[in-house]
Design a binder for this molecule. Structure first.
Ligand code: PEP
Ligand code: MN
Length: 344
């Protein structure tokens, strides 16, 4: 249920509501919107009685049930989009389209820094790069682990880019959070509930990829897991789903973007690289995603894709990425959005 507080409610009034919720075994989550303060309450006992009792408290405007299976991430709790502020002007979910770009995996310092400098010059705000790689085959390159995180931090220091990197195991969350600005949950881990819970207990924003065969509802339920532990900074990422089509690695579900925007208040980005598996169609998918309302993109870029240790065929060269960014600025403008200008 959502407890809508009157605009002049004080911290004490909110505290009284939270106390009452605890008494009934409910968990309260304070969500501050621009227009109203609400408390999302999650629990399943004596709902009618709890609602009636809350309505009698001071400064409670109304109490409404949440119909959707996901609660705190739903628009029933908060209509306006959540803005995730990473500092230094990088805000995901604002008016500006935010582009994250970089190699699939961190390989070595020289390649990473070269890529970081080039994507920054083209207008990316966040460097992507995997240090812990979940691979389909146990014999493939699985990342440089903490050494990779250190190289990512070095590239951040050199370029001013923020960094996003994947965390695979619940026990590595605190280590990855020491380095990363955003922690990525890969498609294969979307329903790793112990990982989601651990991410909910810390403060860094989480980029939550949609699972290979997950419905939109399951994806939003996964985001709900993170919220339910107290971390309200989640970015959704549509990265293609598995279909019968085999000309692409996955099928970008373009409708997931407006649907996620319609049902939740979380920022939504798209990953045209894993969606396609094929460099030549990455630009078209990127343009389509922005036109469909994505708040940003996660794009794989590698200076020598043919030598990449992972996902070379879907990685753009820095030159191709720069051209794509030019096109995206036009699309963003038509959609009433802006983008960081290029330095080149
Ligand atoms: C990635 O972005 O590095 C990745 C492994 O993607 P996904 O989890 O979407 O397959
Ligand atoms: Mn990859």
């Amino acid at each position: 249920m959502v407890i809508v507080m009157k605009l002049d409610a004080t911290a004490e009034d909110i505290g009284k509501v939270e106390e009452k919720l605890n008494e009934y075994g409910y968990q309260g989550h304070l969500i501050r919107g621009v227009e109203r303060i609400v408390i999302g309450a999650v629990g399943d006992k004596n709902r009618e009685l709890v609602m009636a009792s809350l309505e009698t408290l001071a400064k409670v405007e109304k109490v409404v049930p949440i119909v959707s299976p996901y609660k705190l991430v739903s628009q029933e709790v908060k209509k306006e989009k959540t803005r995730i502020d990473l500092g230094d002007g990088v805000v995901i979910g604002g008016e500006e389209i935010v582009v994250m770009a970089g190699p699939c995996a961190v390989e070595n310092e020289q390649r990473l820094c070269e890529t970081a400098e080039k994507v920054a010059a083209a207008g990316a705000s966040i460097l992507r790069g995997g240090a812990f790689k979940p691979r389909t085959s146990p014999y493939s390159f699985r990342g440089l682990e903490e050494e990779g995180l250190k190289l990512m931090a070095r590239a951040r220091a050199r370029t001013g880019l923020k960094i996003v990197t994947e965390v695979v195991n619940p026990q590595d969350v605190s280590l990855v959070a020491e380095y990363a600005d955003v922690l990525q949950v890969g498609a294969r881990n979307m329903q790793n509930f112990s990982l989601l819970r651990e991410l909910g207990k810390q403060e860094r924003p989480v980029l939550l990829k949609r699972g290979l065969s997950a419905t939109i509802e399951e994806w939003l339920m996964a985001a709900e897991y993170i919220f339910s532990e107290g971390n309200y900074n989640v970015i959704l990422c549509e990265r293609g789903i598995r279909t019968f089509e085999h000309y692409t690695r996955n099928t970008l579900d373009i409708s997931a973007i407006p649907l996620a925007n319609m049902h939740s208040h979380l920022p939504v980005i798209a990953d045209p690289s894993h969606s396609s598996g094929e460099r030549r169609i990455v630009p078209a998918l990127s343009r389509a995603a922005i036109a469909a309302g994505a708040d940003g993109l996660l794009v794989e870029v590698h200076p020598q894709p043919e030598q990449a240790l992972c996902d070379g065929p879907q990685s753009l060269t820095p030159g191709e990425f720069n051209l794509l960014m030019k096109d995206l600025r036009e699309i963003a403008r038509v959609c009433g959005r802006s983008m960081v200008p290029a330095a080149i």
